[in-house]
Structures are given as C-alpha cells and as structure tokens.
Design a protein. Structure first.
Length: 279
C-alpha cells in the first residue's frame, strides 16, 4: 500500500462518506464493529470499490495466557477474507481472562514469559489470517516492576520470532514517554524500522493528579504538536508509511477529521520529496 494518509471510519460519518466519497487515502475499521451482517456492513462492502481498507482488531487479546478465543478469531478471519484489506492489525495487550471480556486493552509485563505467550498467540492468529499481523504499541500509564525487556526490545523480539509487522502509534509513544519519563527519540531508535507498515496519529487528554500531569490516550482531540514533531522524526528515521488519524471520542465533523488527515498526508509528501531529491 502506498504511503498515504487515511481516517478511521466511524458510524456518524458513514452516510456522508458513502454519499460524497471524499478524498482520503484509505479507511480503517475496527473489526469487531463489522462481524455481523448489518446495513453498515453492506455500505462498507460498497466502499471497497473506492477506498483501500485497513482492518484494526481490538479484541483478539494477543497477550492472553488463556490463549485465543477460536470462535472470535474465526469470525475476524472471515471478515478479513471478505474485505481483503491492505492492512491488518491488533494491539500488544490482553482483554480476556477465564472467559470474561474486559472493555479495555490491558498492559503486559515485558518478560520472557509474556513474550512466549504473545508469540504463541500471534502464530495462531497469523495462521488463521494467512498473512502477517501488525502489532500496535500501547499507551502506558504505569511501569511494571522488574521487566526484563524494554518495550522496543519486546516488539523487536516479537518481530524476529513470529514475522509479524509493527503499527507504530506515534501518540502512544508521546503518552508513554511522558508518563514513564522516557526519551521518545531513543524509543524510536530501538525499533526494527523494516517491520513498520503503518503509523497512527491521535490526540490525547492532559490530566492533573496530585500535582502530577498524566497524559491519557483518549482519541478525542486534534493531533498534538508533540505528536506531529515525533511523526516527522519517525518519517526521517524510518521513511513514509501509510498513516491513519484516529478520532473516537468527541467526534468532530467529517471535514475536521479529513483536514487532520491532510496534514498527515502533507508530512508524508514532504518526506518523500526530500528522499527523492537526495537520491
């Protein structure tokens, strides 16, 4: 897929996009919103004629020690076969334990034991999909005591063991680096750039708790200046890849979301132009 900028397809915008076919590089859906037959699923099928699609799963629970839910995995795999998306991804997280589903993407300790669990689950998922899955780095708010690997080391080893790809969420790096006192540029430098197939961009909330500022990845505002700056650094370090603007809460008018994606597209074009002049 070309290095273009796209938007997340959300229900309040579906009718306008289906009617007007606005210019955007691609549309990304959450897999779990489209598993059942519905008018929205029918509309999405028609949009495939005009837009490349990205399927972003949120419920595979790749970090679950219980293993993957085979029924859910089969339903997502059927959706992937039906839509044939250009990009396919999920998160470095877990959300199921003992058959109970939690409405959140919960963090993992970066240990050898957790790495073995995620690698096992990833092998199963990729076999079901018949293709590599891109793994998104999470937003972190607290650090586990005594991890044996850094997050970039964990992701790099996951790539090596499973052949998976990486979805680099720029805002999540900003949030994690601020909350845990890390250097975002050093975080970038620890990744295998050749495995990155997509970028995500989003806004975050700023919360003050007992005099300490905490950043919350809420996807409810424009992309912040720090994230735009880190996006430019990632483009310099790794080169252009397809980039998505996520906006899931306090959803703005469609034209606002499209304008954010246009900013991302301009950043991609600038970097491609610089690379072409340097060649």
């Amino acid at each position: 897929m070309r290095a273009v900028a796209g938007i997340g397809l959300r229900a309040p915008h579906l009718a306008a996009i289906a009617r007007d076919r606005p210019a955007t590089g691609f549309l990304e859906i959450h897999a779990e919103n489209h598993l059942a037959a519905s008018p929205a699923a029918d509309a999405l099928g028609r949009l495939r004629d005009d837009y490349a699609l990205s399927v972003h799963a949120v419920g595979l629970s790749l970090g679950s020690a219980d293993g993957l839910d085979g029924v859910h995995l089969a339903r997502v795999a059927a959706l992937v076969r039906r839509l044939e998306p250009a990009l396919l991804s999920d998160h470095l997280s877990w959300s199921v334990q003992g058959g109970r589903y939690f409405n959140d993407l919960l963090p993992l300790p970066y240990t050898e034991e957790a790495l073995a669990v995620v690698a096992r689950n990833l092998h199963q998922a990729q076999e079901a999909f018949g293709r590599p899955l891109a793994i998104e780095n999470p937003a972190c708010y607290l650090a586990f005591a005594g991890p044996t690997l850094s997050e970039p080391e964990f992701l790099s080893e996951l790539v090596r063991r499973t052949g998976c790809r990486l979805l680099l969420d720029i805002n999540n790096i900003v949030v994690t680096a601020h909350n845990l006192g890390l250097d975002p540029q050093a975080w970038l430098d620890g990744l295998p750039g050749e495995a990155i197939v997509q970028y995500h961009l989003a806004g975050h909330a700023v919360n003050d708790a007992d005099g300490e500022t905490i950043l919350i990845d809420d996807h409810g505002s424009p992309v912040g200046e720090e994230a735009w700056a880190l996006f430019d650094a990632a483009l310099l370090r790794f080169g252009p890849r397809p980039a998505l603007v996520e906006w899931d809460t306090d959803l703005p008018p469609l034209e606002v979301l499209l304008a954010e994606a246009e900013k991302a597209g301009q950043a991609l074009a600038r970097r491609e132009g610089h690379a072409a002049r340097a060649a």
